[in-house]
Design a protein around this ligand. Structure first.
Ligand code: FMN
Ligand code: SF4
Length: 393
């Protein structure tokens, strides 16, 4: 290993990892980052292909493709990606483009239903009334349809050539609403722990059985603590403060169902945003993410653990990642905004080049909220210009 690169400085971070039966080239994980630049029907646009080509050149160990919805009307973004038979060729192109630059990269598709976070062209849907207004409460039969939609989307991801899937059960999307202690609906999907976890556990079990011999990776991103009354990471439907007892049971249940990994996140963007995404004013929230990973460790058994929210650490990120990997507190190190700020980040660190560090200005989030293409408006001229047009400066 050349002594003049940072590969020797961060030995763990650049060591091969294991997820399911597959190997990764390093422990860097590009977390899913919606860029709202698909075609209107949700197929993968040329702009999105170019983004993933660039990301592939960064040689991240694992790359999680941004939230991909199961139907056109379950999207959070007007130009969000939708996986369907009709759009499948565009997803095949995404995989082929990615692999052309990074054949050893592990590529996972994040499958989602936006639930009550659905955008203006989709229908807001929820599991239970929470007094927030215009939300369609799904019937038991409709929840079963959504479950089938997740399973079909996983099959399509397999057909497209992805290495696996991530079920988005985090950040206030429909999947996380199902898990909440506040999901006290009657019927098979609410109330008891068994009912609230049925969607997640049964889907993982079915997919692992179906793809047992193929090595197709199955896992999920969860919010350990959402920060709302009765949310994930609380003791019951009326509690606000953190109690991770049940989330640890959920992680253990996922591992027993055969999950290959658990991607540990927290919060609900737009509601308890800084829990998900520490900012310069709430920098120390990264410590909560470290703690969530530690809490998940034992429950996860052999499933790999991906940690979140390393972006805020900037120059310190790699050394703290190295420490967490060495102590066994995480198996993979997830970056969100840093993926936008510098898609080449791992490769730049490896070769001792100066990365463009995310300055946590929230510009990409502000673009996303305005439902235009979103990306780094600090370093990427396209988004810089778009920000001028969108915000008038
Ligand atoms: C613009 C933007 C888009 C995001 N899109 C997704 C997404 O598609 N799926 C997801 O699970 N998280 C998404 N996130 C959350 C990030 O993956 C990550 O969890 C969060 O930014 C915290 O990590 P960081 O501090 O490293 O940025 C998004 C965040 C931002 C700012
Ligand atoms: S726009 Fe700001 S927050 Fe978003 S990636 Fe760029 S520097 Fe980071």
């Amino acid at each position: 290993m050349p002594a003049d690169t940072h590969e020797s400085l961060y030995e763990q971070l650049f060591s091969p990892g294991t997820i399911g039966t597959k190997k990764t080239v390093n422990r860097f994980t590009a977390q899913p980052m919606e860029a709202n630049d698909g075609e209107l029907d949700g197929s993968v646009s040329q702009r999105a292909l170019d983004r993933y080509a660039k990301l592939a050149q960064g040689r991240w160990g694992i790359t999680v493709v941004e939230a991909v919805s199961i139907t056109e009307d379950s999207r959070a973004r007007v130009n969000g990606l939708v996986i369907s038979r009709k759009n499948l060729d565009s997803f095949r192109r995404l995989v082929d483009t990615f692999r052309a630059y990074h054949p050893e990269g592990i590529l996972l598709f994040q499958i989602t239903h936006a639930g009550r976070k659905a955008g203006p062209t989709s229908r807001k849907a929820g599991m239970y009334e929470d007094g927030s207004g215009d939300v369609h409460i799904l019937s038991d039969a409709e929840v079963e349809e959504v479950r089938q939609g997740f399973l079909d989307a996983a099959d399509l991801a397999w057909e497209a050539g992805a290495d696996g899937i991530d079920f988005k059960i985090c950040h206030g999307y429909l999947g996380s609403e199902m898990l909440r202690p506040a999901n006290l609906r009657d019927g098979k999907w609410g109330g008891s722990f068994e009912n609230r976890t049925l969607f997640l556990f049964s889907s993982i079990r079915e997919l692992k059985k179906k793809y047992a011999r193929s090595g197709f990776i199955v896992g999920s991103r969860v919010s350990m603590f959402e920060g709302i009354r009765g949310g994930c990471g609380t003791a019951d439907g009326g509690s606000l403060i953190e109690d991770l007892t049940e989330m640890k049971q959920i992680i253990s249940g996922m591992a027993q169902a055969g999950a290959d990994y658990i991607n540990v996140s927290a919060g609900i963007p737009g509601v308890t945003s800084e829990i998900t995404r520490p900012t310069n004013q709430s920098r120390w929230f990264f410590l909560h993410h470290f703690r969530y990973c530690r809490e998940a460790r034992e429950a996860a058994g052999n499933a790999a653990l991906i940690g979140s929210a390393y972006t805020i650490l900037k120059e310190q990120a790699c050394s703290l990642a190295e420490e967490n990997l060495t102590k066994g507190l995480a198996d993979f190190i997830g970056f969100g905004r840093q993926v936008f700020a510098d898609p080449l980040y791992p490769e730049k660190v490896r070769t001792g080049r100066q990365p463009d560090y995310c300055i946590s200005c929230s510009g990409c989030t502000r673009l996303m909220i305005r439902q235009v293409n979103d990306g780094c408006m600090v370093y990427d001229p396209y988004y810089k210009q778009l920000a001028k047009e969108t915000f008038g400066r």
